[in-house]
Design a binder for this molecule. Structure first.
Ligand code: PLP
Length: 423
């Protein structure tokens, strides 16, 4: 087996050495080797508890046997599609998604990632207005939002750090403060094609909007005939304690974007699902938007097994229960360490702990890494540590993490006191 030095040398010479350094800085400068359930082992045989869950990918845990078996079965039959014949796997999965998603979402396009799902949703809305001869160049999305890093999905994402180096992006994207229904309504006008929102913001640091926000967003769209795109790439399939986070407000979008947990942590799989009305232009022009790998049999077999398993195990209810337990414990720790922790929030098992500074957050994460807990900061809000374990996590594992965090916070507090000369 290659030593870690050999792997690092290959990162230096052929991948991005800066990324390897970042992982090392976060305390994860080791080589991953195998994984099962909530546990991951590195090449030295060290065991880790995964509380990042692949940013929402591993809702069923790592390598869930029911998904792996479905993929193995499909692998033996036909891994990839001819693209010239019908696919039973796509048809079955689209049928299931249409059944479980809110409102009148019926028609699915399968792709390979979250960014592609958002990209496709933006294009679908553009196509719909184009066919009606209406000029609607504008999109409205939220500040600090994360929708992916392709040019289109990046355009509606809300963090300048990732956007500005790639300008010019899509023109006429208005970014409004998330959760502010009035600001959203003010930004939506007759030139707006769609509003794009995460129902709960993930990479912004687990930001839960006020109740009624999505209802207000729906109303703002309806007022001017704009479309509502909900990005449930991270929140979908039980993560927030609802099968889809939008269910809490009882809101149905015109398009919903899905990925991450959809592939069961075994295959990459994304999708967008739209209403029959919005889908109509695609029927006459079925080759306008295509993908070589999107909806391949292996990925759809994984998706079918994954979604069925999430439903069978009622993981949404589990996320709601265990999320409450975790939040309660985190609030207690925040009360004990008000100088370190600014706030704790989240919904279900999508939870953020915001520190007063990025440094304190990094220190605490590094201490947790030493205790072999896989955990990370939020991409668009580095002072927030996000907790997003597999939804199959146990109450005992949550309590263990709360204990480990209590120790890490005590150690961080001691270090901060030493550095600042306070007691
Ligand atoms: N949308 C949301 C809400 C996400 O959280 C992410 C990824 O974190 C994406 C889109 C992009 O997904 P991908 O990295 O698969 O392109």
């Amino acid at each position: 087996m290659a030593t870690i030095t050999e792997v690092l040398e290959k990162y230096r010479d052929h991948l991005n050495p800066g990324f390897a350094k970042l992982l090392d800085f976060m305390g994860f400068g080791v080589v991953e080797h195998r994984a099962a359930g909530c546990r991951v082992w590195d090449e030295d045989g060290q065991e880790y508890l995964d509380f990042l869950g692949g940013f929402g990918v591993f809702s069923l845990g790592h390598n869930p046997p029911e998904v792996a078996a479905a993929v193995r079965e499909q692998l033996a039959l036909m891994p990839m599609s001819t693209r010239l014949m019908l696919s039973r796997q796509q048809a079955d999965l689209a049928d299931l998604l249409a059944e479980i998603t809110p409102g009148d979402l019926q028609h699915v396009f399968f792709c390979n990632s979250g960014a592609e799902a958002v990209e496709g949703a933006l294009k679908l809305v553009r196509l719909w207005f184009h066919q009606r001869g209406e000029e609607r160049p504008k999109f409205v999305s939220a500040k600090e939002s994360f929708h992916g890093k392709t040019l289109g999905s990046l355009s509606v994402s809300g963090r300048d750090k990732y956007r500005l180096p790639f300008a010019p992006l899509l023109p006429e994207v208005a970014h409004v403060p998330f959760g502010d229904a009035e600001a959203l309504a003010a930004a939506v006008d007759e030139r707006t094609a769609a509003v794009v929102l995460e129902p709960v913001q993930g990479e912004a640091g687990a930001i839960v909007p006020p109740d009624g926000y999505l209802t207000a967003a729906r109303a703002a769209c309806d007022r001017v005939g704009a479309k509502l795109i909900l990005d449930e790439v991270q929140t979908g399939f039980g993560r927030t304690g609802y099968l889809f986070a939008a269910e809490r407000d009882g809101v149905a979008p015109d398009v919903m974007c899905l990925a991450k947990a959809l592939g069961g942590g075994v295959m990459p799989l994304g999708a967008f699902i739209a209403t029959p009305e919005l889908w109509q232009p695609m029927v006459g022009e079925p080759l306008l938007h295509t993908s070589t790998w999107g909806g391949n049999p292996l990925a759809c077999a994984a998706g079918l097994a994954a979604v069925r398993s999430i439903l069978d195990q009622n993981l949404a209810a589990r996320a709601a229960d265990l999320g409450e337990r975790l939040l309660r414990g985190l609030h207690e720790l925040a009360a004990k360490h008000p100088t370190l922790i600014r706030s704790v929030r989240g919904r279900g098992l999508l939870i953020g702990v915001e520190f007063h500074s990025e440094d304190v957050g990094s220190l605490t994460i590094a201490k947790l890494a030493q205790k072999r807990l896989l955990i990370a900061f939020a991409l668009n809000k580095p002072e927030v540590m996000r907790l997003e374990p597999p939804l199959i996590v146990t109450a005992e594992e949550i309590d263990w993490v709360l204990g480990a965090l209590a120790e890490a916070l005590d150690e961080t507090a001691e270090l901060v006191a030493m550095l600042t000369g306070e007691d």
